[in-house]
Design a protein around this ligand. Sequence first.
Ligand code: ZN
Ligand code: ZN
Length: 137
Amino acid sequence: MNIIANQVSAEGLYLEEKINPAELDLETDLIKLRSDLLVKAQVYRITNALTVKLNISTLIYADCSRCLENFEWKFNKDVQLSFPLDSSTAVIDFDPGIREEVILDYPIKPLCKVDCKGLCVKCGKNKNEGGCHCGST
Ligand SMILES: [Zn+2]
Ligand SMILES: [Zn+2]
């Protein structure tokens, strides 16, 4: 996602774009996005800078760190970035900023639910699906 700096008028500019994760170099072993990123940007111009209010949303394909089940995790983040402008600034590219924000908030130890019971250490049964008989309750 990028904009031409001098096309931003005093009233600002609204942009919405779907971005493929591969375009942002967000396809790695650690990062698994299930859908395109939907990026909404409200751009304001203030004398020598652009202020950009971004909403970034996508679906993450996560493995629960306790029970190892796959689940979908909704990523949704509002962030404000600002870009200094000078006479030589023609095009502003938001992609590096968007990429960084996704990486910053990417769940390192995601949980399928806050009270995920995890796996039984003895038999390996997923305790969310009912108790086992190893009985330490
Ligand atoms: Zn879980
Ligand atoms: Zn068990």
